[in-house]
Ligand binder design. Structure first.
Ligand SMILES: [Fe+2]
Length: 199
């Protein structure tokens, strides 16, 4: 894991090589299962809309916290706890702004973007959001970069990396483009968002 800290234009961390090879293998077992079950990825029934009622995003997803009755049954829920380990983002050794940051509630949203997927600029109602990215190699899509709209700043997505930022900083995902033979096969862009908050 390699952590890059930034204080300007706002405090954020970019984390490369978030998961080990073995962790990735276990996470992919679960992602492939989600892709095989038409209900799970469509379980997020609360789509974000703009003020004039238009969809703000096109993607599939679910709150993984709701999929399993026991968290221990989910590789994704187990392994992704590493983003909450003290010293990384919470009680951060990397960013003085988060040195005393100790959230007491978190939720994990899995999103899957296939061809035509996007997320317009929006903010999260969180203190800090952590978003990690995963896809199958060789990469079968273009786009899907992460943009902090108000700062005209693009974070080029990298497989198995993550960004942690103040959730009220507006962010979005640029449109995904895929060739016909790659569509609807789970070869698009997964993201796992962790919403860190105080009760
Ligand atoms: Fe968001």
């Amino acid at each position: 894991m390699k952590v890059h800290s930034h204080t300007e234009p706002f405090p954020f961390l970019f984390i490369e090589d978030l998961y080990t090879e073995e962790e990735l293998r276990l996470i992919w077992c679960e992602l492939d299962y989600y892709q095989s079950n038409k209900y799970i990825l469509d379980a997020n029934t609360n789509p974000s809309v703009t003020d004039d009622g238009k969809p703000r995003t096109r993607k599939q997803g679910n709150f993984v916290d709701n999929v399993f009755q026991l968290r221990e049954y989910s590789n994704i829920l187990n392994l992704s706890r590493k983003v909450l380990e003290p010293g990384l983002i919470c009680r951060s050794d990397h960013l003085f702004q988060w040195k005393y940051f100790q959230p007491d509630v978190d939720h994990s949203l899995l999103s899957y973007y296939d061809d035509g997927g996007y997320y317009l600029p929006h903010h999260d109602n969180t203190v800090v959001s952590v978003i990690s990215w995963l896809w199958k190699e060789p990469k079968c899509f273009e786009g899907g970069d992460f943009v902090f709209e108000d700062y005209k700043m693009t974070v080029k997505c990298k497989n198995n990396s993550a960004v942690a930022f103040p959730g009220t900083t507006r962010h979005g995902v640029t449109p995904i483009e895929m060739e016909d033979q790659h569509k609807d096969l789970g070869l698009g862009r997964y993201s796992l968002s962790h919403f860190l908050n105080f009760r």
